[in-house]
Design a protein around this ligand. Structure first.
Ligand SMILES: Nc1ncnc2c1ncn2[C@@H]1O[C@H](COP(=O)(O)OP(=O)(O)OP(=O)(O)O)[C@@H](O)[C@H]1O
Length: 363
């Protein structure tokens, strides 16, 4: 299944080789702090109109990556292209207009408390020296987009966290950036507000074709709205691909660990009864995704391999409209050839099969 899934994931976007479609392109980026390699050869691209999620644990290198992107940090080596222009060697003066091509939203919103909501939203245009009427018209348009028109004259202190982030999003879009960079933008919000902010970002991505780079440590955020994901660990991209393919078939240990509870698990009472030695039943974990998960896999298995098996747990989820299934099967008896027949059949259908263990008594 590995090759099958990765192949379908990577060919899903035909713009891969076309660099004019890259809003951001990082090439072999390296940055050390003393003995720490904060970025250790990062290469990645963000394509026009896509949502790319970058996920990693604390200290993985995410902030250093952002700082290299907006020119606050100079890499020791490597290149940073924003809309085709290499920025890592530019001086402060040349960086200013390029920075405006990147709108940013932050975990703690970073609104100016002494300014009204509309003035916060219009601030990037004020910095650009745009006339007041134009600034206010743009602020009104954006507040309408984020559903906060009635709060134009309010001050940030009177808003909820979710409303503050909506203002942050409107402000980030004011100067019509090429890229929206979201730095842990939902990490301070409760789950329901997080969902509404993520839905808003997805809406804006669809409506305006806005390119979004999401930096997060939460897989749920990636799963909700990203098209592709890149996993960073110790300054390296350890895995990347379309979200559904990485969720269905995580290659690296760190990705599996970040996926944690999001991946279906055997119920704890059953997991506690697993033994390594052969018992009355063998418990299999079967992961299957994409085309392979849309067919009648279990009925085909029953037809192809005579003999019993039971579904004890699992189901089929949908990520990016792709079925991603995890099934836990129990195969009774000590007939090794029956078990081998089941495993061989499932693998022939691009499923990934793992023997989790055995239980002494039927479950
Ligand atoms: N200015 C600095 N001086 C020394 N070490 C640094 C500096 N900036 C980053 N580092 C180190 O580089 C590594 C990557 O840090 P970075 O802040 O980029 O990670 P992160 O993924 O953003 O972490 P977090 O999610 O906790 O913000 C860490 O080991 C960090 O201690």
């Amino acid at each position: 299944m590995n090759q099958h899934i990765k192949a379908s994931g990577d060919t899903a976007n035909p713009t891969r080789a076309d660099t004019s479609q890259h809003v951001v392109r990082l090439v072999d980026l390296k940055r050390r702090f003393g003995v720490t390699a904060a970025l250790d050869g990062v290469s990645l691209t963000v394509r026009k109109g896509e949502i790319l999620g970058i996920i990693g644990r604390s200290g993985a290198g995410k902030s250093t990556l952002i700082r290299c992107l907006n020119g606050l940090e100079r890499p020791d080596s490597g290149e940073v292209f924003i809309e085709g222009r290499e920025i890592s060697r530019l001086g402060e003066r040349d960086l200013q207009p390029l920075r405006r091509r990147i709108g940013m939203i932050f975990q703690h919103f970073n609104l100016l408390s002494a300014k009204t909501v509309e003035d916060n939203v219009a601030l990037p245009l004020k910095i650009e020296g745009r006339p007041k009427a134009e600034r206010l018209a743009r602020a009104a348009e954006l507040l309408d987009l984020v559903g906060l028109s009635e709060k134009a004259k309010a001050y940030p202190a009177s808003l909820s966290g979710g409303q503050k982030q909506r203002v942050g999003i409107a402000r980030a879009l004011a100067a019509r950036p090429a890229l929206l960079l979201s730095d842990e933008a939902t990490s301070a919000l409760d789950p329901e507000t997080t969902r509404s902010i993520l839905a808003l970002l997805k809406d804006i991505n669809r409506q305006l074709g806005l390119t979004i780079l999401l930096i997060t440590h939460e897989m749920e955020v990636i799963r909700s709205i990203a098209d592709r994901v890149a996993v960073i660990d110790a300054g390296r991209i350890v895995e990347q691909g379309s979200v559904w393919s990485v969720f269905a078939d995580p290659r690296s240990e760190i990705t599996r660990s970040l996926l944690g509870a999001i991946r279906p698990q055997l119920p704890t009472e059953l997991a506690a009864r697993l033994l390594p030695a052969a018992g009355a039943e063998t418990i299999l974990r079967v992961d299957v995704a994409g085309e392979a998960a849309s067919g009648p896999l279990l009925s085909d298995l029953a037809t192809a391999v005579p003999g019993a098996f039971r579904l004890v747990h699992g189901g089929v989820d949908h990520i990016q409209q792709q079925p991603v299934g995890t099934l836990f099967l129990s195969v009774p008896g000590s007939d090794v050839s029956h078990l081998a027949g089941i495993i061989t059949f499932l693998k022939s259908r691009q499923a990934r099969v793992e023997v989790l263990g055995h239980v002494a008594n039927p479950v």
